[in-house]
Write a new protein. Structure first.
Length: 611
C-alpha cells in the first residue's frame, strides 16, 4: 500500500509539473509533443519500408533495370524517414527545448525567490525549511527534466504501438501477448523507483551536512581558524564519513534495483527468442518472405529497445517527479504562509503612522520557539517618540528575540504590538520596514563598492542606472563612521570592498561594523534598533561612539540592545531582561541605587570604562 501511495504522490507531482509547463509555454509543449509522436512513428515506417525494399530487391534479381526502377520510391522513403528521425527532428526539437527550459527557469525561479524573500523569518530559520530550499533549488530544470523524459517515454510508447501493429502480420495474438508479459516488469520498475526515491529523500540532510563541511574546507573566511586550530584533517575526516554514508546507502539500493531488473531482462530476451525462432521456421517452409523475416528481426530489436526506453523515460520522469515535488512543496507552503499572513487583506492594511505621536507599545507579549520553553513571558513595553532606551541582560535572555518582534520579523504567540494604537498585523510591511530598522551584531558583509555597501540600506539611493545618491550616503556615513573607512580608500566611494569584485580591498572587523551601522542609518526610520552592532569594538570606544551617536539622533527613537552597560548608561531609560520578563527598569543611577541585577552587572564591568 505504501508503494501505491508513493506512486500516487509522484503522479500528483507530475500533473502539477505539467500544469506549470502549460501555464508558461503551452505552444512549445504541444510542438514538442507532436515532434515526439512523429519520431515515434518513424521506426515502424522504416521496418515496413525495409520489408518491401528487400522483397523488391530479391524480385528484381535477374529481371533487368526496369524492375530496379520500382525500388526508387522505397529508397526515397527510406532516405526521408532516416533524415527525419536522425537529423531534421533533432535540429527542430533542440532549440524549442532550450527555449522551454529557459522560460521555466525564469518563471519558476522568480516565484521561488519571491516566496523565499517574503517568508516569515521564523519559518526561514527552521531546519525543515532549509531542507526544502535546498531540495527546491533550480526549479525550472527540475520541471524541464520531467517534460524531457515524459516526451522520451511518449516517443518510444508510440514506437511500441506502431511496431506492435506490424507484428499482426505474423499473428494477431502476438501484440496482446507482448503486452501481458510486460506487466510484471512494470511492477518491478515501480518498486525500483520507490527504493531510489526513498533513499534520495532520506539523504538530503546528510548531503547538506557534507556540503557544509566541504564549504568550510574551501571557504576563504574559514581558513585562518582552520589552519590555526589545525582543523583541516578533522573536517576532511568528517566529510569522508558523510560521503561514505551517502555513497554506501546509494550503492546498496542500486544493487537491489539491479537485481530487480534481471527478471525483466530475462522475460524480454525469452520473448524475443520465441519471435525470432518462430519467424525462422516460417521462413524455412516459405510461409514468410525474406523481406518480412528481416523486418521482423529489425522490429523485434526496435520493439524491445523501445520498451526499455519507455521504462527508462518513466523511471527518470518519476525520479524527476520527486524533485519537482520539492519545488511544489516549497511553492505551495510559501503561498500558504502568504495567505495565512492576511495577504488577501493587503489592500485593507494601513501605513505606519508618520510621525508617531504616542509611540510603539508591547502589551503582554509572549513568544516561544517551536518545541522550546517560552523565551518571553507577557512583556509590556512603551517606546515613546524620540526616547532612547537600552535593553540589557545576559546572553540568552531573549534580547534579540524582542528586537525581532519589534521589527515585525516575528509574530508574538500572545499579546499585541502596536504603533500609535495600530496593530502591527494591520500595517503594510514596506512602511513598517521604512520606519523600524536595525543594525545587528551578526550583520552581513555586502562585498560591493563602498557606496553600494552603505547605500543598499535604502535601495532607492542607488538608482537604476548604477548611480548613487552620495549626499544621503555621506550623511549616514558621517553618523555611522563609514566616512572614516572612505578616507582610507584609494577610489573613495567607488572602491570595491571585500574579495569578490576585481580590485577589492579587505577590511577589518571594525571597518565592516562602521559600514553596517551606516547602512542602517540610510533610512530615516522613526525607531532605530542597535542590536550590539559594535560588539567587537573595545567597550570604551563603543561607549564613546554611542554617546556621539545619541547626540546626533536626539530627534529619533533609539533602542540599544547590549550586554555592555557602559553604552546603556547614556540612554534615557534602561530595561533589564531576565528569565523572559523585564525584571528592572529605570535610569543608570536609579538601577545602581536599587542594588539589583543591573547593579551587580555594573560592578562586574565597571573596570572596562575606567582610565
Amino acid at each position: 500500500m505504501s508503494m501505491l501511495l508513493n506512486l500516487r504522490q509522484m503522479l500528483k507531482h507530475i500533473r502539477w509539473a505539467m500544469r506549470q509547463i502549460l501555464r508558461v509555454k503551452p505552444g512549445l509543449a504541444v510542438t514538442l509533443l507532436i515532434i515526439s509522436i512523429v519520431e515515434g512513428c518513424a521506426p515502424a515506417a522504416l521496418v515496413y519500408i525495409t520489408q518491401h525494399l528487400i522483397n523488391g530487391t530479391i524480385a528484381a534479381v535477374g529481371q533487368g533495370t526496369a524492375e530496379l526502377h520500382k525500388l526508387i520510391p522505397w529508397l526515397c522513403a527510406m532516405l526521408f524517414f532516416s533524415l527525419l528521425t536522425f537529423d531534421v527532428m533533432y535540429h527542430v526539437r533542440e532549440p524549442i527545448r532550450l527555449r522551454m527550459n529557459q522560460s521555466l527557469n525564469y518563471v519558476l525561479d522568480t516565484e521561488r525567490l519571491k516566496l523565499a524573500a517574503e517568508m516569515p523569518l521564523l519559518k526561514m530559520e527552521d531546519s525543515e525549511t532549509s531542507n526544502l530550499l535546498n531540495r527546491s533549488d533550480d526549479p525550472g530544470n527540475k520541471i524541464s527534466r520531467i517534460l524531457h523524459y515524459l516526451l522520451w517515454a511518449t516517443q518510444h510508447l508510440v514506437q511500441l504501438i506502431t511496431i506492435s501493429l506490424f507484428f499482426t502480420s505474423i499473428s494477431p495474438w502476438l501484440p496482446p501477448l507482448l503486452i501481458v508479459i510486460q506487466i510484471p516488469t512494470l511492477f518491478l520498475a515501480g518498486k525500483s523507483e520507490k527504493l531510489w526515491m526513498d533513499v534520495t529523500y532520506a539523504q538530503t540532510e546528510e548531503q547538506r551536512k557534507a556540503d557544509y563541511v566541504s564549504g568550510l574546507l574551501t571557504g576563504r573566511k574559514e581558513q585562518k581558524e582552520l589552519r590555526l586550530l589545525d582543523l583541516r584533517t578533522e573536517f576532511q575526516r568528517r566529510w569522508r564519513e558523510r560521503r561514505h554514508h551517502v555513497r554506501t546507502a546509494s550503492l546498496a539500493v542500486r544493487r537491489t534495483i539491479t537485481f530487480l531488473q534481471i527478471p525483466s531482462d530475462w522475460i524480454n530476451l525469452a520473448a524475443m527468442a520465441v519471435i525470432l525462432f518462430a519467424s525462422a521456421y516460417q521462413l524455412a517452409d516459405r510461409s514468410m518472405t525474406v523481406g518480412l523475416f528481416v523486418a521482423v528481426f529489425q522490429a523485434s530489436y526496435s520493439y524491445f529497445e523501445a520498451y526499455h526506453s519507455v521504462l527508462y523515460g518513466i523511471r527518470e520522469a518519476l525520479q524527476g517527479a520527486g524533485e519537482a515535488g520539492f519545488v511544489r512543496e516549497f511553492l505551495q507552503s510559501g503561498t500558504s504562509v502568504q495567505m495565512n499572513d492576511d495577504s488577501h487583506k493587503r489592500n485593507l492594511k494601513r501605513a505606519f503612522p508618520l510621525p508617531m505621536r504616542s509611540g510603539i507599545k508591547l502589551d503582554r507579549v509572549s513568544f516561544r520557539y517551536p518545541e522550546r520553553d517560552p523565551i518571553l513571558k507577557e512583556v509590556s513595553l512603551h517606546i515613546r517618540p524620540g526616547e532612547h532606551i537600552a535593553l540589557v541582560g545576559v546572553n540568552g535572555a531573549g534580547k534579540s528575540t524582542l528586537v525581532k518582534l519589534l521589527m515585525g520579523l516575528y509574530e508574538p504567540d500572545g499579546g499585541t504590538i502596536t504603533a500609535d494604537g495600530i496593530p502591527y498585523a494591520d500595517i503594510t510591511r514596506n512602511t513598517l520596514r521604512d520606519n523600524v530598522t536595525a543594525a545587528f551584531q551578526d550583520y552581513y558583509n555586502f562585498e560591493l563598492t563602498l557606496a553600494e555597501s552603505v547605500g543598499i540600506g535604502q535601495p532607492a539611493s542607488l538608482g537604476n542606472d548604477g548611480g548613487a545618491d552620495l549626499s544621503a550616503i555621506e550623511a549616514a556615513a558621517a553618523i555611522g563612521g563609514a566616512d572614516e573607512v572612505r578616507s582610507r580608500m584609494e577610489q573613495g566611494w567607488k572602491q570595491p570592498i571585500g574579495h569578490v569584485m576585481d580590485g577589492g580591498v579587505g577590511l577589518s572587523g571594525g571597518q565592516w561594523q562602521r559600514i553596517a551601522l551606516s547602512r542602517a542609518l540610510m533610512r530615516r526610520s522613526q525607531l532605530l534598533i542597535l542590536d550590539e552592532p559594535t560588539a567587537a569594538m573595545d567597550p570604551k570606544i563603543e561607549a564613546e561612539l554611542y554617546a556621539r551617536f545619541m547626540t546626533i539622533m536626539r530627534d529619533r527613537s533609539v533602542f540599544i540592545v547590549s550586554h555592555r552597560l557602559g553604552s546603556a548608561r547614556i540612554a534615557d531609560r534602561i530595561l533589564v531582561l531576565s528569565d523572559g520578563v523585564i525584571a528592572e527598569e529605570g535610569s543608570h543611577e536609579q538601577l545602581l541605587t536599587a542594588g539589583g541585577i543591573y547593579s551587580r552587572m555594573w560592578e562586574e564591568q565597571a573596570q572596562w570604562y575606567r582610565d
